[in-house]
Ligand binder design. Structure first.
Ligand SMILES: Cc1cc2nc3c(=O)[nH]c(=O)nc-3n(C[C@H](O)[C@H](O)[C@H](O)COP(=O)(O)OP(=O)(O)OC[C@H]3O[C@@H](n4cnc5c(N)ncnc54)[C@H](O)[C@@H]3O)c2cc1C
Length: 336
């Protein structure tokens, strides 16, 4: 077998909120950490995209801040104009057709100039290798060995794996890491729902009500956001999230057909209907949100060397859940 190259204390797979939170805490505790991500940017599902000069948050739309650790990160980001409260609730179009106004008043935060500001802040000073797809995770001579699709490799004394759980299991299987049957069965119960995100640049301001986000109870669309009202796009730019039901049903359909169905359902919020759209792009999130959780903040699947699994599915369906899980994985490694 080809020898594994560089060596680290901890290798973290995934530069989403879970992986970066784990890596930051481990680096602050003095560990030599490397973070690997297949994507070109930071943040995983906390994602921003541009179409010309229009800007879209097309994954996570906003986040809650309830825990102390995440609270201090966001307070500092807010002081540096990298985070702000977008709203304290969003209108909801009920299945009856009635528009319900927000009720709980809890702050919904977003990143500035867009959502990826937060993962970028977490990544500052860390060794993050992007556009590097891990093909397998193996255990060799007491080390965790990561092999990359491009043929390279690295080794570490421990690893934190944060891709969606089915993808992590594939990496462990590809590397031949044996899992206990009970643990594997528990991990295999973790499921996710898909989500189409249609991004549309408009030639006029949208009709999405203030503050630029609307939840919809019935139909192909579950959420529509106006990134201009949100304050992140200089041009009118909608992010349209399909419902889990629609996304599952149409997951393998032609993107152009899916986009046409979603645009037709969104016409009411676009001045001029479909003719008001000047550019569009469809993103397909296969593992958008966990539906069945693992019910523990992390999973230790190998002890010598240690391999820990973390991510939103270990805590909840939210950005803050991913942060909590990543931080728990780091604490576990630091203690052990
Ligand atoms: C459409 C959508 C809307 C959402 N809306 C909200 C919302 O409004 N509020 C909220 O709180 N949450 C929302 N969420 C959920 C939130 O985005 C996630 O809970 C959170 O971002 C998950 O973070 P994570 O680090 O666990 O996983 P991820 O962000 O998925 O990070 C995993 C990382 O692993 C990388 N990876 C995977 N496989 C490999 C490999 N083989 N090699 C290298 N790297 C790999 C991926 O590229 C990715 O960057 C939404 C999600 C989606 C998709």
């Amino acid at each position: 077998m080809e020898s594994a190259g560089e060596s680290f204390d901890v290798a973290v797979v995934g530069a989403g909120m879970a992986g970066l939170s784990a890596a930051r805490a481990l680096a602050e505790a003095g560990r030599q950490v490397v973070v690997i991500d297949k994507g070109r940017g930071f943040g995983g599902r906390m994602a921003t995209r541009r179409l010309g000069t229009a800007v879209f948050d097309h994954g996570a739309q906003y986040f809650s801040v309830r825990s102390r650790g995440f609270g201090s990160l966001i307070a500092e980001a807010s002081d540096d104009q990298q985070a702000t409260i977008w709203s304290r609730g969003f209108p909801r179009l009920a299945a009856s057709g009635a528009m319900e106004m927000p009720g709980d008043g809890h702050p919904r935060w977003c990143g500035l100039p867009s959502m990826t500001a937060i993962p970028k802040r977490l990544a500052e000073g860390l060794d993050v290798r992007r556009a590097s797809r891990v093909a397998s995770v193996a255990v060799e001579a007491g080390k965790v060995v990561l092999r990359f699709e491009d043929g390279g490799a690295l080794q570490a004394a421990a690893a934190v794996l944060t891709p969606p759980v089915p993808q992590t299991l594939d990496l462990l299987d590809a590397g031949g890491v044996p899992l206990e049957a009970d643990e594997r069965a528990r991990l295999e119960t973790v499921t996710y729902e898909p989500c189409f995100a249609l991004m549309a640049v408009l030639n006029k301001p949208s009709r999405v009500p203030a503050p630029g986000g609307l939840a919809i109870d019935n139909g192909p669309i579950a959420w529509i956001a106006d990134n201009q009202q949100k304050g992140i796009s200089p041009l009118p730019a909608l992010t349209i999230h399909a419902s889990p039901h629609f996304s599952s049903e149409h997951f393998d359909d032609e993107p152009a057909e899916v986009a046409a169905l979603l645009l037709a359902a969104a016409e009411r919020w676009i001045d001029g209907g479909a003719s008001g759209v000047v550019e569009q792009s469809l993103q397909r999130w296969k593992f958008a949100r966990p539906v069945t959780m693992f019910e523990a903040p992390l999973a230790v699947v190998h002890r010598d060397p240690v391999i820990v699994l973390a991510g939103d599915a270990f805590v909840g369906q939210r950005v803050e859940a991913a942060v909590t899980s990543g931080a728990a994985a780091a604490r576990w490694l630091i203690r052990s």
